[in-house]
Design a protein around this ligand. Sequence first.
Ligand SMILES: *[C@@H]1O[C@H](CO)[C@@H](O)[C@H](O)[C@H]1NC(C)=O
Ligand SMILES: *[C@@H]1O[C@H](CO)[C@@H](O)[C@H](O)[C@H]1NC(C)=O
Ligand SMILES: *[C@@H]1O[C@H](CO)[C@@H](O)[C@H](O)[C@H]1NC(C)=O
Ligand SMILES: *[C@@H]1O[C@H](CO)[C@@H](O)[C@H](O)[C@H]1NC(C)=O
Ligand SMILES: *[C@@H]1O[C@H](CO)[C@@H](O)[C@H](O)[C@H]1NC(C)=O
Ligand SMILES: *[C@@H]1O[C@H](CO)[C@@H](O)[C@H](O)[C@H]1NC(C)=O
Ligand SMILES: *[C@@H]1O[C@H](CO)[C@@H](O)[C@H](O)[C@H]1NC(C)=O
Length: 653
Amino acid sequence: MAVSFNAMVGFVLITLLALSGGPVNSEPTQDKQALLAFLSQTPHANRVQWNASVSACTWVGIICDDNQSYVYSLRLPGVGLIGSVPPNTLGRLTQLRVLSLRSNRLSGPIPTDFSNLTLLHNLYLQGNQFSGEFPTWLTRLERLNRLDLSSNNFTGSIPFAISNLTQLTGLFLENNGFSDKLPSIPAGKLASFNVSNNKLNGSIPASLSKFPASSFSGNLDLCGSPLPPCKPIFPPPTPSPDSPPIIPVNKKSKKLSTAAIVAIAVGSALALFLLLLILFLCLRKRRRQQPAKPPKPPVTTRSVVAAEAGTSSSKDDITGASTEAERNKLVFFDGGVYSFDLEDLLRASAEVLGKGSVGTSYKAVLEEGTTVVVKRLKDVVVTKREFEMTMEVLGKIKHDNVVPLRAFYFSKDEKLLVYDYMSAGSLSALLHGSRGSGRTPLDWDNRMKIALSAARGIARLHVGKVIHGNIKSSNVLLRPDNDASVSDFGLNPLFGTSTPPNRVAGYRAPEVVETRKATFKSDVYSFGVLMLELLTGKAPNQASLGEEGIDLPRWVQSVVREEWTAEVFDVELMRFHNIEEEMVQLLQIAMACVSTVPDQRPAMQEVVRMIEDMNRAETDDALRQSSDDPSKGSDGHTPAAESRTPPSVTPTP
Ligand SMILES: *[C@@H]1O[C@H](CO)[C@@H](O)[C@H](O)[C@H]1NC(C)=O
Ligand SMILES: *[C@@H]1O[C@H](CO)[C@@H](O)[C@H](O)[C@H]1NC(C)=O
Ligand SMILES: *[C@@H]1O[C@H](CO)[C@@H](O)[C@H](O)[C@H]1NC(C)=O
Ligand SMILES: *[C@@H]1O[C@H](CO)[C@@H](O)[C@H](O)[C@H]1NC(C)=O
Ligand SMILES: *[C@@H]1O[C@H](CO)[C@@H](O)[C@H](O)[C@H]1NC(C)=O
Ligand SMILES: *[C@@H]1O[C@H](CO)[C@@H](O)[C@H](O)[C@H]1NC(C)=O
Ligand SMILES: *[C@@H]1O[C@H](CO)[C@@H](O)[C@H](O)[C@H]1NC(C)=O
């Protein structure tokens, strides 16, 4: 089953990347005819060239199901489609889950035969010139999850029957000519909602007032939370408890608001007091803790050298390291920026950053203020000579997306590595830390940037014949601008085979479980899992995957196989607009990387190129409609046009 899914992804990649592929056995004959009928009747850019003599499943913009018997997804964004959608063409693709025709120049009403697309989950028609009223039959497509009709020429009122679409998580109707009142659609699962820049009037229903003001701005005369309150109307319509402005007696409402002001004032004073109290208590607790420390020498090696070893042998450790310091020096690599010696390092105050299977990492702040990361390795089995040879290779690697190894120390008892300190923390912390507690989610542009920069770092290692061997999100460190660097690379040769590469099971390629040997291809697998982590927001192998023991690639496969939908993606990404094609493209790259057969995985350089190609395709601006111009399109294989600025990508030196 996994193999057939990969075969499907393979076909998509063949289409996207114009690689030559194997023979195709079956194909969706009826869907193919419907698609050909559509394209032959709709003027479009030259780069959509569907070759009738090959399977429709290999065409640009098409994804089929496992068995190649139906078209599941049709995406033709920004390919210059002009005119009305011919009836009885796309409406025949009855198995369709995803339909995207956004950013074209399609006009006229949406054909009524779309009502036969009853399995549709995602309908993206934004950025066209569709007109007419909101098609009420759309509300019968009960599986709809995302409906985007924004930036078209629709008029008339928005029907209350939208309430029938109970699965809806995103409804985008902005930049149209919708008029009249906004119906009180229950918010239900709705996480994104926008009706700005229409001609709506009247009060905003309470069920929708949780959305920000920018969801409602630019209308004729909308009022009520989150917009300014409505003016009192005489005579009031049915008085409703949640719209105080309709309360007829003016004096009363004034009194009410005074009471409210008092309540708010008291409330915030109380909150401030509480905050101060907590702060005070914390400070006091801290001050109390501090004096307790001095018995141990404050800024010592103890933290670096002894913290892990426990207490009993700590004294020995210090003396051991110090005496050996005379014979074994901290070895710096050329081009480094640091000048300190082992003594300085041992005097530094240290804080444990993390414990891994190869050792413990500390953040060490030297007395002169420099901050570095010291990694204290355990269970090193190689000789000093071998250690030095490995270090020499690793120390030579200089790349923006690789955390530089600055120095090392080797003695009988201690093996230390010194790296630059990356202040913005790890991808793991950014992605999984304090989820749901009002933090700023990592947006799509930054996830793309991280995927690309981490891929470049790993590709640089591979060019230098270094296998990373331990790719995981906690080893992807970030700069403040969210450019990523990989750390902890190339250390496997220092340990015996007793420590398997990629000790976190979720990232480990299937063949590594047996061979216990990391390869370039097993790095590609681990990086594929990392991309899936960026896309799904789920940590590999975590309990939230549902089934016990299922890994991230298999979870994604199982979700995608059933219904080719957006449900697999991180909910935190659902608030962003026009990113789904890119997410699907990255998903396809990731799925190729996690192929169970190592030879089927692309090389790291190739992965970098695939991700770069995605970025290159998104320089257009759908709202400017510039994507209609085929000459401004991409390479002809990745139709895409975005209303977003492209992520700035730091060029590699
Ligand atoms: C269509 O595909 C067939 C078979 O692969 C090939 O021989 C033919 O040249 C293709 N036609 C076009 C117009 O690309
Ligand atoms: C694919 O075909 C097999 C046998 O023809 C069938 O059992 C299976 O359910 C089909 N899968 C899908 C997703 O249609
Ligand atoms: C939907 O499909 C049925 C047959 O599958 C057909 O009879 C009907 O005309 C179609 N509806 C529309 C609106 O085209
Ligand atoms: C959009 O609708 C308005 C009137 O509703 C009309 O004047 C305008 O020409 C339409 N634009 C397009 C591109 O159809
Ligand atoms: C859809 O909504 C309409 C009007 O709100 C209602 O009459 C109809 O029964 C609903 N249909 C379904 C299937 O719930
Ligand atoms: C809203 O606009 C419609 C016409 O578009 C008008 O008939 C209606 O009276 C207006 N309602 C309010 C409350 O202004
Ligand atoms: C709604 O759409 C408008 C116009 O495109 C945009 O400016 C605004 O930021 C959007 N609001 C939300 C909450 O997405």
